[in-house]
Design a protein around this ligand. Structure first.
Ligand code: NAD
Length: 277
């Protein structure tokens, strides 16, 4: 698996496995199957309520802990007790360290939470720390007033929401992009049937999903598709093994609609909605 360097001496697989909306036995089984298929990065979150099931899947796979890159996120409701939240994640996941912990949204006591993550990082409990759903303005502010620059910003990124401007800022700031909802979360089926996508699928003998994923990983964007089906897990993993040429990349770059489906943390409607979570 190709890796990217996200912080000093920390390498992260370019393609990983998402677990949002997977619960219980189904989640444990999917995580086990994903690891057996070859995934080495697993992404979960306190808010998904599935860390225990993810831990069960990892244990069942029998993989050595050091071969995995485990990512979880602290929910903004827990920003005033980050340490106990991370300790609970460690417990549920059945590990004594995490490869990366992210602040899930830029709400609540972000600064207090970040400083506690900095301490956990210094203690070696967490190898890398990062954020999620942070727009460039929030990133700049966080970086200016703290010691550690977030290694990663995990944001919705896909064919219809390419984040070109955001990624320019992230590159300037030294924050690696990580794409969530790379396949549109199953809510944007139009992505799979765009003529430019189906044409490239035919040319390369790949599926539309593989084109959509390779479009991201070829730009060095870490990408974490989710699936509970082994055939899709394998298909998504195999997307790493071919290249799109410049003209092909250009044809896909032209399809950006610049609008996230899940929303921006700077949108008051979304913030108000998030306060009900
Ligand atoms: P996704 O874009 O990965 O889409 C998942 C959907 O695509 C599912 O319905 C699945 O069945 C389908 N699918 C998967 N492989 C396919 C294939 N080869 N062909 C056809 N359909 C396929 O959406 P997601 O799960 O929301 O995002 C990926 C991961 O990102 C999540 O699981 C989670 O770990 C993370 N995430 C993070 C945040 C955040 O706020 N940080 C938000 C959402 C998701």
């Amino acid at each position: 698996m190709q890796k990217i360097e996200i912080a000093d001496g920390i390498e992260m697989p370019l393609l990983g496995f998402g677990t949002y909306q997977m619960m219980g036995v189904e989640c444990a089984q999917a995580v086990n199957e994903a690891i057996c298929a070859g995934y080495r990065l697993i992404d979960t979150a306190e808010a998904y309520g599935n860390e225990e099931a993810v831990g069960e899947g990892i244990a069942k796979s029998g993989i050595s802990r050091n071969d995995l890159f485990l990512v979880t996120k602290v929910n903004f409701r827990s920003y005033d007790h980050v340490r106990s939240t991370v300790e609970s994640s460690l417990d549920k996941l059945g590990t004594n360290y995490l490869d990366m912990v992210l602040l899930h949204w830029p709400f609540g006591d972000v600064y207090g939470a970040w400083r506690e993550l900095e301490k956990l990082h210094a203690e070696g409990v967490v190898r890398a720390i990062g954020v999620s759903n942070f727009d460039p303005d929030r990133l700049i502010d966080l970086i200016e007033f703290n010691r550690i620059t977030p290694a990663v910003n995990q944001i919705e990124t896909n064919l219809f929401c390419q984040r070109v401007d955001e990624r320019k800022w992230m590159q300037k700031l030294g924050v690696a992009p990580m794409a969530y909802a790379p396949l549109g979360q199953g809510n944007r089926p139009e992505m799979f049937v765009m003529p430019q996508v189906t044409a490239l699928a035919e040319t390369h003998g790949m599926t539309p999903a593989q084109i959509l994923l390779r479009f991201l990983t070829q730009q060095d964007i870490a990408t974490i598709p989710k699936s509970t089906h082994v055939a899709h897990m394998n298909e998504n993993l195999d997307s790493i093994d071919f290249d799109l040429d410049d003209a092909e990349m250009k044809s896909l770059l032209a399809l950006d609609r610049v609008q996230p489906n899940i929303g921006r943390a700077s949108d008051p409607e979304l913030v108000q909605f998030a306060m009900t979570w």
